[in-house]
Write a protein that binds this ligand. Structure first.
Ligand SMILES: Cc1cc2nc3c(=O)[nH]c(=O)nc-3n(C[C@H](O)[C@H](O)[C@H](O)COP(=O)(O)OP(=O)(O)OC[C@H]3O[C@@H](n4cnc5c(N)ncnc54)[C@H](O)[C@@H]3O)c2cc1C
Length: 492
């Protein structure tokens, strides 16, 4: 029989991404002989192609080498503090216990850590200890994938891992309360594959506006910057056999996405991402106004969490950044561009000339009208802001608590850039126990069904907040852990 005709395996992994690839490799290493990996894309890697790849771990070899005292317990306690105890205590404990092992493993594979890491990073609420690890290139996930590929291919060549690419999970098959296989759609046809253990690693649903709206009806339409494959199909297939889905209400967003293709509700993280997520790394020369044209927050607020939540209180979870020619020029001169990738004033002007998301005008009132904002409100906001530069107001906090004022907004032309709070990841997910077994709505494990990665929801290891590195690190760790545990149990 050729591989194509075999339908029974020892282990089926659905999704060959961040969690799925290490799961397959570890299961193969542990002695499982027949592993089927079902992947709907024609290439493997999933969000590894897309992610920044900031990892976190307490007690890593790299921390020790840098004289940083840390431990999984401290890491876990900080995640619980940052998430205000809204993360799952059992899953977070497991994730933080496994994190240093995962980071040491990546190091052993030759992961090119940046020389300055581990570091405290301010893109999210910071840890108090330097425990964020990252690569010496921007796309850390791509480097990770390049290290995993040779291991993967070795087992594929040996016939231990059978990748089924371009095949999409449709249903999880059950018999007498236990899973027995999966139904997939491949080249227009349905196929069934069987195994006593199935691991779902199909990722989150942050690229699926419909499912997002169903699970969080009070939210405005989703602006997504997630991998296109993150449609929540694994979650929905598990729900159809009674799995419990929870924590959608813990959703949090990231700033600041720019919708360069009108009405696409898509944001390209690597092409147009405004550096408004935190003022820790740049001077805020601008003001923000909401859809009514009113200011609503201290633009200089350093906490990413406070900034994100302030935007989530505005209509449509979006706002306009208002700035002038002086702010544009000085931000580029000082290497602090408002949009990371738009590094010269000419680039910003060309976006303003052709974009609906960026506008320019010779007066503030005209700018507001071009953006569809109430011009009186925007003019009023700029006038009040500029008043801070008069002697009577100098060095005083304004009504939003802003104390840092670099220059008035008075040099034409003026600019407005629309920023959408965007979703890189999804917070809801499948409920699992400490063995990563998927639970049903009664809280009992569904026999033979396991899950790892973002399918568990960011809330499992981050609660309602963003905790640095607490998505990709648990995805890799839990994938590995399930491969090892199931491997030692299954061994063909
Ligand atoms: C721009 C960006 C930056 C990020 N930066 C960070 C960061 O710095 N730190 C951090 O901790 N997290 C970060 N994240 C999040 C993190 O990268 C992801 O949560 C993690 O990589 C998800 O891993 P996963 O294995 O669950 O899913 P994926 O890696 O997406 O893998 C899922 C796989 O399943 C496949 N699949 C989906 N549906 C089906 C189906 N029906 N049938 C078969 N296959 C299917 C997909 O094609 C994919 O290959 C970032 C995310 C994004 C988008």
């Amino acid at each position: 029989m050729t591989n194509d005709q075999i339908t029974s395996f020892d282990l089926i992994i659905v999704g060959a991404g961040t969690a799925g690839i290490p799961c397959a490799i570890e299961a193969a290493k542990a002695g499982v002989k027949r592993i089927l990996v079902i992947e709907k894309s024609t290439v493997i890697g999933g969000t590894l192609h897309w992610t920044v790849g900031h990892l976190s771990g307490g007690g890593t070899n790299r921390q020790k080498a840098h004289g940083i005292k840390d431990s999984p317990e401290k890491h876990c306690a900080e995640v619980m503090r940052i998430s205000e105890h809204s993360a799952d205590a059992v899953i977070t404990k497991l994730a933080t216990e496994e994190a240093p092992k995962t980071l040491n493993w990546l190091e052993s594979l030759g992961f090119p850590f940046d020389k300055d890491c581990p570091k405290i990073i301010f893109g999210h609420v910071p840890y108090t200890t330097a425990r964020t690890h990252y690569a010496n290139v921007a796309r850390g996930g791509v480097v990770m994938l390049s290290l995993l590929l040779p291991l993967w291919e070795e087992w594929v060549k040996k016939g231990v891992i059978t990748p089924l690419l371009g095949a999409s999970l449709k249903d999880v098959l059950c018999e007498n309360g236990a899973v027995k296989g999966v139904r997939v759609q491949s080249r227009g046809e349905a196929h069934e594959y069987y195994a006593p253990a199935i691991v779902l690693t199909t990722g989150g649903y942050a690229a699926n506006p419909k499912f997002f709206a169903e699970t969080l009806p009070e939210a405005p339409p989703l602006f997504s910057t997630a991998n296109h494959t993150s449609l929540g199909e694994g979650i929905q297939a598990a729900m159809r056999i009674g799995a419990k889905f929870h924590h959608a209400e813990k959703h949090n967003v990231s700033l600041g996405g720019i919708e360069t293709v009108p009405n696409s509700q898509r944001v390209d993280y690597w092409d147009a991402w405004a550096s408004v997520f935190s003022s820790a790394y740049r001077k805020t020369r601008e003001i923000y106004v909401n859809d009514d044209g009113n200011r609503f927050m201290n633009e200089d607020e350093p906490s990413a969490d406070i900034r994100e939540r302030a935007v989530m209180k505005q209509a449509n979870w979006r706002f306009w950044v208002i700035f002038d020619e002086h702010a544009l020029r000085t931000s580029c001169e000082e290497n602090e561009p408002l949009v990371r990738q738009w590094i010269t004033p000419e680039m910003v002007r060309s976006h303003a000339a052709r974009g609906t998301y960026c506008r320019t005008a010779s007066s503030v009132g005209e700018l507001a009208e071009k953006c569809g904002l109430a011009w009186q409100n925007v003019e009023n906001a700029v006038t009040l802001f500029n008043a801070q530069f008069q002697d009577t107001f100098a060095n005083q906090e304004d009504e939003f608590g802003r104390a840092a004022f670099h220059a008035p907004l008075q040099e034409a032309p003026f600019y407005a850039l629309r920023i959408n709070a965007s979703s890189l990841i999804s917070f809801g997910g499948l409920a699992v126990n400490g063995d990563l077994q998927v639970l049903n709505t009664e809280g009992s494990p569904i026999q033979g069904l396991y899950a790892a990665g973002e399918i568990l929801g960011a809330a499992a290891t981050s609660g309602h907040a963003f905790c640095g590195g607490m998505l990709i690190t648990p995805a890799l760790s839990f994938g590995r852990l399930l491969g090892q545990r199931l491997g030692s149990r299954i061994k063909s």
